[in-house]
Write a protein that binds this ligand. Structure first.
Ligand code: NAD
Length: 439
């Protein structure tokens, strides 16, 4: 059977089955999540091997981070699903009625994952989809083929295809899926593909959740706890070799902090990623492929050609797809590295005399997914919050809003639309249906 007719077959099955699934009880949905959990744990070793093969991810974590994230969300959903599914009463303005909201499934949902965390960013959004009673078709990312294969195996083993199905492949498969009238589309990916997905959704008036990227800044003032800022930003740039949607994309600080910051950050990275003077690339993930390697190397070359200075690292090894952790100084704001999301281990540091200069830059770069503020001054923190916008904010720590499951996670405009995590994910993947009963 060719790809188009196979998609038609599965889509038709799910369209019919959704009406059965929407009547499922909390207990039945929890059983599906328990089964999902069981199969995920069974494939721990294969997940670890796939991440090593696709991204050179070091294997020392006791439980691969990506698997741990999905398991945590499953456990939370199992614990709270009864409560999440309850109707929420609201006050009525008319005396003769009662009003409430019920959370019904959206229907048949399409999910696309990104390659940087190819297991968790495909499977974690499926947790609220299943909890909310939806049918799901998942398309793993083609740039990480080993992870795509394991994710597909897990889905096929854990679920009946009428409930959750998977189609592996690239843009051709993505586009074929986007032709179908899904009720909701959930993308984790780039703003460019976000526009394609939103336009495709518009053809069927499907709702969307877009978890996109952008340039996430770290802003310091001179009251910031210096050691905390250095260690959090150092980690915030290098996690997954800079290929994380919340990675610190540039640092803005007062001129007087610049040189001590560069020295301290260089020392931290030396301790983490070097043996003496030798860069130990295998202590972190590598660049996902040669296209992304060349893109990031191109940013360094372009910045240097425009007068930036490499203050740390800067060496690139094409054969092994590795780039040293790199600090850039004196980078012009119109250099590519300050205009595009870097998605690699390169950190430009810019200085400001007045923080309003930073606001002007942020406002021109699109609203970031995350913003990191380092300061001990309440008025500074509030000034940054009032004068900028971003999906989320982390104060005095890198991306601390992300693991806080009670907070919604998502972007705004260029960094996305919609929210997930915990009850926010359950509600995102549900239609909030308003009911008024005359009594
Ligand atoms: P991508 O947008 O290239 O790909 C995402 C998905 O879209 C894949 O399944 C791919 O097959 C599909 N796709 C790609 N091109 C397409 C096209 N022309 N038409 C239809 N579908 C297409 O994203 P990526 O490179 O995998 O991921 C990196 C981006 O994701 C970065 O911008 C990063 O910031 C962002 N991201 C965001 C989050 C978040 O939670 N907000 C998390 C991780 C990554």
């Amino acid at each position: 059977m060719n790809m188009e007719s196979e998609i038609d077959r599965v889509f038709a099955l799910q369209q019919a089955h959704q009406w059965h699934l929407r009547t499922s009880t909390a207990e039945q949905r929890k059983d599906r999540l328990r089964r999902f959990r069981e199969v995920l744990v069974k494939y721990e070793e294969e997940i670890r091997n796939a991440l090593a093969s696709d991204l050179g991810r070091p294997a020392e974590e006791p439980m691969p981070f990506e698997l741990a994230v999905t398991l945590e969300d499953i456990d939370e959903a199992i614990e709270h699903l009864d409560e999440w599914m309850k109707p929420v009463p609201v006050q009525t303005s008319a005396p003769v009625g009662q009003a409430y909201m019920i959370y019904e499934p959206r229907g048949v949902v399409l999910v696309f994952g990104s390659w940087n965390f190819p297991i968790s960013l495909l499977l974690t959004p499926m947790v609220p989809m299943i909890a909310a009673g939806n049918c799901v078709i998942a398309k793993p990312n083609e740039l990480t083929p080993a992870s795509s294969a394991v994710a597909a195996k897990i889905i096929r083993e854990a679920f009946d295809e009428r409930e959750v199905a998977v189609f592996e492949g690239g843009v051709d498969v993505a586009n074929a899926l986007l032709e179908r009238p899904f009720d909701h589309i959930f993308l984790t990916g780039s703003p460019a593909v976000g526009k394609i997905v939103m336009a495709a959704a518009a053809r069927h008036l499907a709702s969307v959740t877009l978890e996109l990227g952008g340039k996430c800044p770290a802003i310091l003032d001179d009251s910031a706890n210096f050691d905390t800022a250095v260690s959090e930003i150092g980690m915030g740039r290098m996690t997954n070799n800079g290929q994380t949607c919340l990675c610190v994309d540039y640092v803005a600080l007062p001129e007087s902090l610049r040189d001590p910051f560069v020295e301290a950050l260089g020392n931290q990275w030396r301790d983490s990623f070097y043996d003496g003077e030798t860069f130990m690339a295998d202590r972190n993930s590598r660049m996902v492929n040669s296209r992304n390697f060349s893109r990031v190397k191109g940013y360094i070359d372009d910045a240097v050609a425009r007068g930036a200075r490499v203050a740390f690292g800067g060496n690139c090894d094409e054969e092994n797809l590795t780039i040293e952790p790199t600090i850039l100084l004196d980078t012009p704001l119109d250099a590519l590295v300050m205009q595009e999301e870097i998605f690699g281990p390169v950190l430009p540091i810019v200085t400001y005399r007045d923080v309003s200069e930073v606001y002007t830059f942020i406002r021109k770069s699109g609203k970031p997914l995350g913003m990191n503020i380092f300061s001990e001054r309440r008025d500074f923190i509030e000034d940054v919050l009032r004068n900028t916008s971003s999906g989320g904010v982390s104060v005095n720590g890198w991306a601390r809003n992300w693991p806080e499951s009670h907070l919604p996670f998502g972007g705004v405009n260029t960094s996305g639309t919609g929210r997930y995590h915990s009850i926010h994910g359950f509600r995102e993947l549900s239609h909030e249906r308003a009911v008024f009963e005359v009594i």
